[in-house]
Write a protein that binds this ligand. Sequence first.
Ligand SMILES: [Zn+2]
Length: 234
Amino acid sequence: MLLPDLRKAVLDANLELVRRGLVLFTFGNTSGISRSKGLVVIKPSGIPYETMKPGDLVVTDLHGKIVEGKLRPSSDLPTHLVLYQAFAEIGGISHTHSEYATSWAQARRPIPCLGTTHADYFHGPVPVTEELSDKEIASDYEENTGHTIVRAFRNVSYSSVPAVLVANHGVFTWGADALASAHNAVLLESVASMAYISLDIHSQAQAIGSALHDKHFLLKHGKDAYYGQPKEKK
Ligand SMILES: [Zn+2]
């Protein structure tokens, strides 16, 4: 079996979406990539999470050709492939229709950064894509979803804001590996619910100031990051 460790990691990341209550039934999907081999491992389409095994996952190349697997890959595979090609440093992608984040996507409003929880993980508002044209929906819909996501990052760094709201649809998140992308999906849902509640309490609530925003994001992500324990040198 190809890529047994990546298969296990991607399965675990898919199950993390279930454990955290982000997906219903067979919704949602996570993938991971081996950049050295140019292969993607993704959840199969329509298989219940409870019975999913590492061998059920599907291995494809970056053009979507199945390299190993008996089942059909998630129908969102073409979106994942566009993102892997456009965002060179990511190692994993998750897609969910989690309730609060998807509500922002349906309202087609970016999630403003109102506090440090958001600032810790997303360096700025979480953008929303433009809606697809009828033509883009009629053919290569999933691939065009990927392209509209990439367009939303023309002026936003995908490594500083590892999440997007797809207009009238749901969310994609990414990270260094599959589990990191699932964690970002969990964090996105949390900040989406808090932003909604904050604006309900006070509709004129203002975005966090840039000094506090930078302080928090760079604490975890900058070259001088000092949150947590120092990494062991290997
Ligand atoms: Zn979807």
